[in-house]
Design a protein around this ligand. Sequence first.
Ligand code: 2P0
Length: 335
Amino acid sequence: NLIKKGVKMVKVKSYANIAIVKYWGKKDAEKMIPSTSSISLTLNDMFTETEMEFINDEDIKIAVEKEIKSENCKDKFGDMTDLFYLNGELQDSVHTEKISKVVDLFRKNRSQKVKISTTNNMPTAAGLSSSSSGLSAVIKACNELFGKSYTQSELAQISKFGSGSSSRSFFGPVAAWDKDTGEIYEVKTDLRLAMIVLVLNENKKEISSRNGMELCAKTSTYFDEWVKQSEIDFINMKKYLAENDFEKVGTLTEENALRMHKTIETANPPFTYFNEKTYEAMDFVKNLRNNGEKCYFTMDAGPNVKVLCLEEDLEKLAGIFEEKYKIIVSKTVKL
Ligand code: 2P0
């Protein structure tokens, strides 16, 4: 913890995670019970750094006035009880309120105001899992600023109420979230897994994961089947990881991702997170595999393709992908 001008300030770092068995759907949104159990990799080189400190009404007033002078959009910054900066930019009331609600899980009441400054080292909200690192970072910062000493498991349980996927960022290199027990824990494997993100589009997604999965759960004709099959996928993935069988882990990663996206294609109205480049990239990965390379794709709530590989092949494969794509290369992190 840092002391700035005699004021306590905390600084934390948290990592993004990408699922190889996807969480898609909520059985009970209030209790945050997911429809599917999930497994993810926690990524060393995709992270959020967050600073947090206590502030007062005057600090908020000054920050908002400064913002309004430069932007002329007074309404957007009304009624803020905290300050939230994302990559250096003050966020408006709507965005700030989402984070304020997360801080509420730690503070007595809103008279304890905070300033949160967050930087992501990756594009925000393009399905690159910045929400998993972002929310888990806020939870970690709150734990320190409010002097709580919750365990990683307890923090993960709190974090799921901010964003389901963020709960898995408290464990690594491989983490699971079990829908039946509610537990979030590390999954053992000797495989040294890694990922290469093919950044095909850095724009913000149009349909958030939250809204997307809700529509699928309510309307997709394939949703029940997805939930059933996903239960089998979860069991098998844990088995393949324990057996260190990368080919089976990779094959199932692809199958599970395609099944998740099938719930999206069969929603009413149907939609898609993919674009032309997504399909091309999937083909590119498949072709590489046909030529003997060990790599598999997965996609989340956005068009970008993430390539699962072994750490030992990371350099070679990154060399191949970077000729064609903008990439983010990441090993997994042991937490
Ligand atoms: C996952 N995703 O397992 C899945 C796959 C995106 C696609 O978890 O509503 O932002 O806050 O719990 O955590 C992203 O969903 O959704 C996500 P909420 P969240 O990684």
